[in-house]
Design a protein around this ligand. Structure first.
Ligand code: HEM
Length: 203
């Protein structure tokens, strides 16, 4: 993959990643067809897209290992930043549409409702990852960068927990997300155990 092709692919990913937002905007302002509960549609679309993108970032490393295509790693940043962008919009949609920017009420909600506390923690913990996602920051932080960015697994788990917790009856969808996350985490554990065994054998 040449530099130019990679740049093209990254731009295409960003454009594709913005499609759910464009569709939502078109439905809201163009056709006015967000259904009987437009607030829920907005929150659902933004929240699910954030979670989908977060899980997508976690599939990139296993995919790179399984296919041997190292350039895949270069796609992690745009996908991760898109996940953060949607998570922020999702949180903001709650503040704007449900609470009309009543910040003290938002703070009280986050403190009183554990599933919102978890959602809030997910967004906050994504901030240092987004801020340090540049090449310059990666060089500056060295090994600490890798350690910091490993926290994305725990962050994704918090996102899934937030999803699980807010569901009233049907837990099938969050269960699917939890299963995908467990597979992705399990893969990492197996790789790390295998590496340790190989190192022990080599010594
Ligand atoms: C301050 C941060 C957050 C707030 C205030 C918030 C708020 C909400 C609200 C109000 C709902 C809808 C509950 C309902 O319909 O009864 C929701 C659902 C959801 N949130 Fe969040 N959330 C936050 C962070 C996050 C993050 C970081 C993610 C993902 C990475 C996320 C993913 C979801 C998902 C997937 C749903 C379920 C959507 C649905 O099926 O309707 N949320 N959240």
């Amino acid at each position: 993959m040449t530099r130019r092709q990679l740049a093209w692919l990254r731009n295409a990913i960003v454009a594709l990643g913005l499609v759910p937002l464009a569709q939502l905007t078109a439905r809201a302002f163009g056709y006015g067809d967000l259904g009987a509960n437009p607030v829920q549609v907005v929150q659902h679309t933004l929240g699910i897209t954030a979670l989908n993108l977060l899980l997508l970032t976690l599939t990139i490393t296993p995919l790179r290992r399984l296919t041997g295509r190292s350039w895949l790693v270069r796609l992690r940043r745009p996908v991760g930043l898109l996940a953060f962008f949607y998570a922020l919009l999702h949180a903001l949609s709650y503040a704007a549409l449900d609470l009309r920017f009543d910040w003290p009420r938002l703070a009280a909600d986050i403190i009183e409702r554990p599933w919102l506390t978890v959602g809030f923690a997910t967004v906050i913990l994504l901030v240092p990852l987004a801020v340090t996602s540049t090449n310059a920051m990666q060089r500056r932080l060295g090994r600490r960068w890798t350690t910091l960015h490993r926290s994305v697994y725990a962050i994704a788990a918090l996102g899934v927990l937030h999803f699980f917790w807010q569901v009233k009856l049907d837990t099938r969808e969050p269960l699917v997300y939890a299963t995908i996350l467990a597979v992705l985490l399990g893969y990492r554990v197996v790789v790390s155990l295998r590496r340790r065994t190989q190192r022990a054998v080599a010594q």
